[in-house]
Design a protein around this ligand. Structure first.
Ligand SMILES: OC[C@H]1O[C@H](O[C@H]2O[C@H](CO)[C@@H](O)[C@H](O)[C@H]2O)[C@H](O)[C@@H](O)[C@@H]1O
Length: 651
């Protein structure tokens, strides 16, 4: 049977008007047109469109189409009025936790950015919803920024984290209340706050949003008032997104992203139609559109993570098979949701419901363990429904069960040790600008070399939450790089970006179908969270006076006193304790580091140059500075290849 369009509107979601305007390519960004406001009703606008088509013999020029749009639409952004969040304050308490004066000042400026990202809708939107593509909500929201002028579902989790640190409780709660209202009206939360997003969702983080609101405010009445809405959203995901997976003679229920609508994405209409030209039949084009929309639902639009070509992740957008992949992170989130709902219902005294969710949680735990965990690889991996095989590629989401606590906590050491070994093997900690999204250079924005804020957060907090020293050190190291690299961009541009470049210290993200956006909601929330967690010890630059990991991201072992003698003692003690494989100071490498350091103006450091070779990992620790630190974990070979080369960080 025929699927419905992305929404009913013949202006914003389907039909000849949308097709004519979007295919004319009037704007650099296809989203511009579908965010415009109608001057008159949809019916009258359609009459004007038909007249224009008749006048031009159904072959309007670009100028004819531009004139039609100018005469019938107001510019994008017409739905908002001036708004200053009433709960904004200039000195929230979390700032006091940040000791480094530069980072403290930066955090204070980030706190100020909420003032630029707040949006309140005009009353006219409520009264004349048909003239707008924006979905009306009662409470003002904080948007991501740039072209993203409406709420985004999963972005809002990190935005709300930041708002709570900024003590903007009423704005945060208002956003969650909007979501509750939307679930009641629409049945689930759309990808973003526009009607053209209303047939797909995004990673389901409403229930965790309520959890962080509860942690902050402990408002049981709020929970009681909305618990049924949370049940409803969870049901939506269970009903529409789960599949049965036969594995090793057992049947498991797991979730995946999908789409049940017809046609290209209205906000990227031309882009989608152009990719669909590779297919002849309408059915195949529709299959592609569904895969594109399912990928958008995942939040990773687009990525080689969703390509299947001969059971690999090679290819391009024509190879998208999002609906055939069971993603680790979605299932980790579903499992977490079930656990939180169990906790919420227990708190409210709803014993039967709590028992129901205890069961659902247990089933997700088992399915994640049996289908997605791999003892031999030492991590969780996405699963292909096509080949019934795991997809053994690195993604930060591979470790998301650590973040959501969806693994057997009684065997925590086992899982965490395996995961750390895995991370050492894939060597994702060698980059100066954070953890890359994948190792594939596809040109898509959720691929190498881009590094995305939510993924850094999931990665860092996942490791840190385990409470185990090696994992916490790893988390600290990545958080340090991320904060410093974001700060470097801020120093250059006074801007926060939606994504960065993992391979370049202070590098911008790129690729995909639109230019990198600034603002930026989740980026600010993630940095605030990291500064809140690590700000008591984190500095804007390391002991060498640079922020780059090249000269050493802080590894974490800060060992007082000074000098090589102390350092050696510490190293030997570490070896004795089994932390390092063996110690050697290869003269050639030591010499080259000295030269490089001198080149960087660091030659006067009297104790610079001790090298520690970590055999187990083939990584090197570098000592330096007044205090001894174990620093970079860059591979030995990479340090060698950097010898004498110009600084690769400079663009
Ligand atoms: O217009 C193209 C796509 O834009 C959005 O995706 C990207 O931005 C979102 C807001 O920051 C973010 O949630 C998403 O992860 C990004 O990939 C939108 O969500 C897509 O649906 C849309 O097609």
């Amino acid at each position: 049977s025929k699927l419905p369009p992305t929404c009913d509107s013949v202006i914003y979601c389907h039909g000849p008007l949308l097709d004519t305007v979007q295919m004319a390519g009037l704007y650099n960004d296809s989203k511009t047109f579908v965010d415009m406001k109608l001057k008159l009703s949809a019916n009258i606008t359609m009459e004007h469109f038909k007249e224009m088509m008749a006048r031009t013999g159904s072959h309007p020029t670009k100028a004819d189409i531009q004139e039609f749009v100018n005469q019938n639409f107001d510019p994008e952004g017409s739905e908002f009025e001036e708004w200053r969040p009433t709960d904004w304050k200039d000195n929230p308490a979390f700032l006091q936790r940040i000791k480094d004066p530069l980072l403290h000042q930066w955090a204070s400026e980030l706190n100020r950015l909420w003032l630029q990202l707040g949006r309140k809708m005009k009353d006219d939107v409520k009264m004349n919803q048909d003239l707008y593509s924006i979905i009306y909500v009662d409470n003002p929201v904080i948007v991501p920024g740039g072209r993203f002028r409406e709420f985004y579902y999963w972005d809002s989790y990190w935005i709300i984290k930041g708002l709570l640190l900024s003590e903007m409780r009423s704005t945060a709660k208002g956003m969650v209340s909007n979501f509750m209202n939307i679930v009641e009206r629409i049945g689930f939360i759309p990808n973003g706050g526009r009607i053209y997003y209303a047939m797909r969702s995004q990673p389901p983080l409403l229930i965790p949003m309520v959890q962080i609101i509860m942690e902050d405010m402990d408002d049981v009445e709020f929970l009681r008032q909305h618990i049924h809405t949370l049940d409803k959203e969870f049901d939506f995901w269970m009903t529409n997104h789960t599949v049965e997976v036969d594995h090793d003679g057992h049947r498991y229920t797991l979730a995946r992203y999908t789409d049940q609508s017809q046609g290209p994405r209205p906000e990227s209409y031309k882009e989608d139609v152009d990719v669909a030209r590779h297919f002849d039949s309408n059915d195949m084009k529709e299959e592609l559109y569904a895969e594109l929309k399912a990928a958008a639902e995942s939040g990773w639009d687009f990525s080689s993570r969703w390509f299947i070509l001969n059971d690999t992740n090679k290819g391009n957008l024509t190879n998208l098979k999002t609906r055939s992949i069971i993603p680790v992170d979605l299932n980790a989130i579903m499992c977490w949701n079930a656990q939180l709902l169990r906790d919420f219902h227990t708190r409210l005294g709803n014993i039967d419901k709590a028992e129901y969710y205890r069961n659902v949680h247990a089933r997700f735990m088992e399915a994640i363990e049996k289908v997605l965990w791999h003892e031999d690889v030492g991590v969780w991996l996405d699963y292909s429904l096509e080949s019934r095989r795991r997809r053994d590629y690195f993604y930060p989401s591979n470790i998301s069960p650590l973040w959501t606590g969806c693994y057997d906590l009684a065997r925590k050491e086992y899982y965490v040790n395996r995961v750390i070994n895995y991370l050492d093997k894939v060597k994702v900690d060698i980059f100066d600008g954070g953890i890359p999204t994948t190792f594939e250079h596809s040109g898509e924005q959720w691929d190498y070399p881009n590094a995305w804020p939510p993924l850094q957060y999931i990665f860092v907090m996942g490791l840190a939450n385990t409470g185990l020293p090696e994992a916490m050190r790893y988390a600290n190291e990545i958080a340090t790089k991320w904060v410093r690299s974001n700060f470097e961009v801020w120093k250059q541009k006074t801007a926060m970006l939606e994504k960065y470049d993992a391979t370049i210290f202070g590098g911008f993200g790129g690729g995909g179908e639109y230019v990198v956006q600034t603002g930026f909601g989740w980026t600010n929330g993630v940095i605030m969270s990291m500064l809140n967690k690590y700000g008591d010890a984190l500095s804007a630059a390391d002991a060498f006076g640079t922020g780059a990991a090249e000269s050493g991201a802080v590894y974490g072992a800060h060992v007082g006193a000074s000098g090589v003698a102390t350092a050696l003692l510490v190293v030997l003690a570490s070896v004795a304790a089994g932390a390092l494989g063996h110690v050697t100071c290869p003269a050639r490498v030591t010499q080259s580091m000295r030269e490089r350091s001198r080149g960087a103006g660091l030659g006067s450091r009297r104790d610079l140059g001790l090298m520690v070779y970590r055999k187990r990992r083939d990584y090197i620790g570098v000592s330096g500075g007044e205090d001894y630190k174990l620093l970079s974990r860059r591979p030995y070979t990479e340090l060698r290849s950097l010898n004498g080369a110009s600084n690769p960080r400079q663009r």
